[in-house]
Ligand binder design. Structure first.
Ligand SMILES: Cc1cc2nc3c(=O)[nH]c(=O)nc-3n(C[C@H](O)[C@H](O)[C@H](O)COP(=O)(O)O)c2cc1C
Length: 126
C-alpha cells in the first residue's frame, strides 16, 4: 500500500508537497498588542516537511481575544508580522493558512485588556 501522506496534493489552484497538515494550536506567545514575536516565527519555522500549516486561532477583533497574548488580525499594525510569518512558512515549502477566531462570551476582561465582551447572547461567563 502506498503511503498517501507522502504524496503531493492539488486543492484547486493550490499544491501541497505532501498531505501532512499542522492543525491550529495556540501558543499565546504574541505581543500584548497582538503583533507577531520572534518566538512565533521560530515556532512556525520549526515544523519541517509539512504540506499545510494552519496558523493558530487568531483574533479578528480586540474584544474577541481568548488570551492577552493571542495573535491579532484586527489592525494594520499586524500586517508586517503576519507577512513575515507567511514568508517563514512558505520558505519551508508549505502552504500557509490561518484560523480566524472570536471568543465571543467565552473570554474575560483580562484577555481583552479591559474591553467589554462582545457576543450575540448575554456576554460574561467569567
Ligand atoms: C496546545 C493546543 C492548542 C490548540 N489550539 C487550537 C487552536 O488554536 N484552534 C483549534 O481549532 N484547535 C486547537 N487545538 C485543538 C487541536 O488543533 C486539535 O484539533 C486537537 O488537539 C486534536 O484533538 P485531540 O487533542 O483530541 O487529539 C489545540 C490543541 C492543543 C493541544
Amino acid at each position: 500500500m502506498i503511503l498517501q501522506l507522502a504524496l503531493p496534493l492539488k486543492i484547486g489552484k493550490w499544491h501541497t508537497k505532501n498531505r501532512v497538515v499542522l492543525p491550529p494550536m495556540v501558543t499565546w506567545a504574541a505581543n500584548p498588542d497582538g503583533t507577531i514575536t520572534d518566538y512565533d516565527l521560530k515556532h512556525y519555522a520549526s515544523f519541517q516537511d509539512v504540506g499545510l500549516i494552519i496558523v493558530e486561532a487568531t483574533a479578528v477583533s480586540p474584544e474577541g481575544r481568548l488570551s492577552a497574548r493571542q495573535i491579532g488580525a484586527f489592525s494594520d499594525d499586524h500586517l508586517p508580522g503576519l507577512s513575515r510569518l507567511a514568508e517563514t512558512i512558505h520558505a519551508q515549502g508549505a502552504l500557509a493558512a490561518i484560523q480566524l477566531h472570536h471568543a465571543g462570551g467565552q473570554t474575560n476582561l483580562e484577555n481583552t485588556h479591559g474591553l467589554p465582551l462582545l457576543a450575540p447572547s448575554a456576554a460574561g461567563h467569567e
